[in-house]
Every structure is written in structure tokens, then in C-alpha cells.
Design a protein around this ligand. Structure first.
Ligand SMILES: Nc1ncnc2c1ncn2[C@@H]1O[C@H](COP(=O)(O)OP(=O)(O)OP(=O)(O)O)[C@@H](O)[C@H]1O
Ligand SMILES: [Mg+2]
Length: 94
């Protein structure tokens, strides 16, 4: 991400499962279904022209070709306000 000059980022510990629905583990001889796996959630707000650059950088860093590499969801942001300066929109996302 730093290589692609993407510095503004939020990272949260998360639990989740994708299309493999977790996995089965043996604990003291009993099969236990582990449906939620530890994941991290990354949130990055960018202006329109940075979307491709950002998704390319994520794919470059995260793709191993194996299951569980993660997923990118792209959504629109209604508004962004930098509280300190009250700037809005692209200046605030900046
Ligand atoms: N449709 C979805 N809705 C909400 N969260 C999802 C969705 N798909 C994936 N996730 C979240 O993303 C995490 C990583 O997903 P993952 O990479 O396993 O996707 P996948 O669809 O199972 O693809 P793959 O087959 O490559 O593993 C999941 O553990 C879950 O937290
Ligand atoms: Mg998966």
C-alpha cells in the first residue's frame, strides 16, 4: 500500500467466513465446526480516480491464489467531513 502511496487506512480485527463456511477441527477427539475465522477488515476511502490504483495495490499485496485471499467490496460514500477544518468531499478524503 505504501508503494502505491496509499497511506490513509483503517484496520479492524474481524471474524468472518466466506464460501468455505469455515472449517472442521478436531478438539479432544471431537469434530468441532469453526464457522468464524479471524480476519482483518481494511477500510480505505478514496476519490474516484484512486479506486483502480487502490484495488490493484490490495490485489498485488494479498493475492496468493489460495482460498481465503479475501474480497474487496466497493461502495459509494455519501460524504466525508474533516472535523478539524470542516472541509468536505474530496478535500476531506484527500
Ligand atoms: N458475501 C460476503 N458478505 C460479507 N462478507 C463476506 C462475503 N464474502 C466474503 N466475506 C468476508 O470476507 C472474508 C474473506 O472471504 P474469502 O476470501 O474466504 O472469500 P470467498 O468468497 O470464500 O473466496 P475464496 O473461495 O477465494 O476463499 C470472509 O471470511 C468474510 O469475512
Ligand atoms: Mg473463502
Amino acid at each position: 500500500m505504501y508503494e502505491a502511496e496509499i497511506f490513509k487506512i483503517s484496520v479492524t480485527n474481524a471474524m468472518g467466513c466466506g464460501q468455505q463456511k469455515g472449517y472442521t477441527e478436531t478438539y479432544r477427539g471431537a469434530d468441532v465446526e469453526v464457522t468464524l475465522l479471524k480476519k482483518i477488515r481494511i477500510e480505505i476511502a478514496v476519490t474516484e480516480e484512486y479506486v483502480k490504483k487502490t484495488t490493484d495495490a490490495i490485489i498485488k499485496g494479498a493475492k496468493s491464489g489460495n482460498i481465503g485471499d479475501g474480497k474487496i467490496f466497493i461502495t459509494n460514500i455519501e460524504e466525508c467531513i474533516r472535523i478539524r477544518t470542516e472541509e468536505t468531499g474530496r478535500e476531506a478524503i484527500g
